[in-house]
Design a binder for this molecule. Structure first.
Ligand code: ADE
Ligand code: ZN
Length: 334
């Protein structure tokens, strides 16, 4: 593919389903807040100013350290504006972010509604100014354990509606089992929320099967380890589960040595519903434009493939039908 074609692909309109709110914070944003509030952030940054981490577990601890500076609803409002500006600059027209009440103001769940209002106000302003649409997925943290997840699910259930539309789980997949969190996912489902969980990023294919069978999720964060299990791929196809694949994140964290070794192209060709997202873009030195460029270069994906991927993402979006129709219309007419 020549440079002009890649340039055109990079600039296609995009739908992003898997973006961590705090993980989208540019390092300069976190550093400035730390300085303003005189909060020490030893070990969070490399000498060149980027985030510094050795491996996945270290990444999670650096990530959590960085969130310590996000102490007021205003901080979350400014973060929301910053991340939506970055999404819009990457031609993203609709995005869902994972928001963890556990990281809002040091985990004071009583303040959740104030944080949510601040985030939503900033999102409304961004939609007015830039046309970009954001919806929120309340997210529990797996390594904080099932009891804290229940409290987070209660936050989600109490604020479920047109804007908080989903419930999910991130964190260290090596801790516990998906079924340990079934109570929380059931509570969220009963509140009308749609469900996703991180699975098959680090856990094997069985963790993806567990997510579908024990939690009844309709989407899976990553899910790439399912690639080794043909019967599981058939199950994902049969159940219509959509994978929120984050290729750049997987390569940056060492799940795969390079993009050419990544199974996204194989799974797509086999008929699995795959979508493309960035996960925590500044941590992984990626953007949506970079993801599209690299996928086009590595797998020869053309504009028609990306259009198909975006239609899959719109169909799997956790939003009301009016919003879905609006996003689809924007995609088709871009
Ligand atoms: N939280 C932020 N990024 C994550 C990832 N890639 N996996 C699990 N939890 C996360
Ligand atoms: Zn993630």
């Amino acid at each position: 593919m020549n440079e002009e074609q890649l340039h055109r692909i990079e600039r296609l309109p995009k739908v992003e389903l898997h973006l961590h709110h705090e993980g989208a914070a540019p390092p300069a944003f976190i550093r400035a807040l730390a300085q303003k509030k005189s909060i020490g952030l030893d070990g969070v940054f490399a000498p060149d100013g980027s985030y510094a981490f050795r491996d996945f577990v270290h990444f999670l601890s650096v990530y959590e350290a960085a969130t310590q500076v996000l102490r007021t609803p205003e901080d979350y409002a400014r973060l929301t504006t910053a991340l939506l500006e970055e999404c819009a600059a990457n031609d993203v027209i609709y995005v869902e972010s994972f928001i963890s009440p556990e990281f809002c103001g040091g985990g004071d769940l009583a303040a959740w509604r104030e944080y949510l209002h601040a985030i939503q106000d900033a999102a409304d302003a961004a939609e007015r100014d830039m046309g970009i649409i954001l919806r929120g997925i309340v997210t529990c943290i797996r390594h904080f354990g099932p009891e804290r997840a229940k409290a987070t699910a209660r936050c989600a259930a109490e604020t479920a509606g047109d804007w908080i539309t989903g419930f999910g789980m991130g964190g260290d997949e090596n801790m516990g089992q998906q079924k340990d969190f079934a109570y929380s996912f059931d509570m969220a489902r009963e509140a009308g929320l749609q469900l996703t969980t991180h699975a098959g990023e680090w856990g094997g294919a069985q963790s993806v099967r567990d997510a579908v069978q024990d939690l009844g999720v309709e989407r899976i964060g990553h899910g790439v380890q399912a690639a080794s299990d043909p019967a599981l791929l058939d199950l994902l196809i049969e159940k219509g589960v959509t994978l929120e694949v984050c290729p750049g994140s997987n390569v940056a964290l060492g799940v795969y040595p390079d993009l050419a070794s990544h199974p996204i192209d194989m799974m797509r060709k086999r008929g699995v519903k795959v979508t493309v997202s960035t996960d925590d873009p500044p941590f992984f030195h990626t953007t949506m434009r970079t993801e599209y460029r690299n996928l086009a270069q590595t797998f020869g994906w053309d504009a028609e493939v990306f259009a198909d991927i975006n239609r899959t993402a719109v169909a799997a979006a956790f939003c009301d039908e009016q919003t879905r129709a609006r996003v689809l219309e924007k995609l088709e007419h871009a």
